[in-house]
Design a protein around this ligand. Sequence first.
Ligand SMILES: [Zn+2]
Ligand SMILES: [Zn+2]
Length: 362
Amino acid sequence: MSYKGSLRRMERVSNFLLVIVALSLGGFLSALGNKMLGDFDRLWKSPDSDSFQNKPALLALENQESALERRIGDLDAQEEAFRRSLNVVQRQSAREKQSFNDWIQARAAVGSGEDDAKVRERARALDDFRKAEDGWRTKMEGIETAKQPFLKKQSELSAEKERLEQEAEKNFSRAQKIYALKVFFARLGFVGPLLGLGIFLFVKARKSRFWPLAWGYILFSLYAFFVGLVPYLPSFGGYIRLAVGALLSFLAGYYLIKQLGRYLDRKRAELQASTQERAKTIKEETAFRAYKSHACPSCEKDFLLNKWSPGVRQAVEVRSVDDAPDFCAHCGLTLFGKCAACGRRNFLHFPFCSACGKTLQV
Ligand SMILES: [Zn+2]
Ligand SMILES: [Zn+2]
């Protein structure tokens, strides 16, 4: 069978497929979570502005108002009738006055000095018209006076109605706020534990055999908490968002600093162990990576950079692994040595001798 590189290709393909599995698991779970988050506001009935109105009181007010309107309308109709009568009388009076003036002028031109009785009679008739006008005016004023208490009552009623409506509006907006908060906490109660499980899986299972499933879930829980929940955050003038942001940055910083500290502590403890003990803990994978980048597999410093040559009393740059020192100049770890079976020089952290295939031992 000729070499096809099938093992490595298989590894690469399966890793690629597993990443796709992780991403699609995360995607489907996120879509599902979004749908569920969206449905949370159906848990409770959202407040309805109508139900906050004091309906019986408003109805009573409206009944009183319409009764008042009817009364006022009746009075207006009466007033209008009086006004029409007044207009008729005014027109008659103007005509009569014109005719009286014309008559007086004609009489003066003709120069007849008698008939004073007739003048007085016509003047009295004019006077009667004026009295009739005054009579209608008085009646109209009477109506206006009678209307006043009704108008006052009407404005009182509309003020009362407005007060009731404002009160209902206030109660409604308070109920809306409480509702939004309740739904938000329900959503938080749903997403919080999901995120908790995500963090648990990140800590415990992110490198396990089932890492694609763990990562799919971790992605989902991060998405649900940081993206899915955001549109439902009550704003309260932005306070909650900013506070959540600050808290999360703090937690992330704390976690990173702690991880870094732990890593450094582990490295320091490792370096304190004897070189032989350290050599035993170096894994094959680390050994290959270290050899390729000519770094000491324990302290991770470059072993090629300088080689102390007592003959020339100076540090010279070494470019080839063949010239590399047998021990790490920084931590003393054994790097190169002879194979116990065939004596060929080897990087001793490799599992097998490159010349005879026997197991290498540091
Ligand atoms: Zn070293
Ligand atoms: Zn050998």
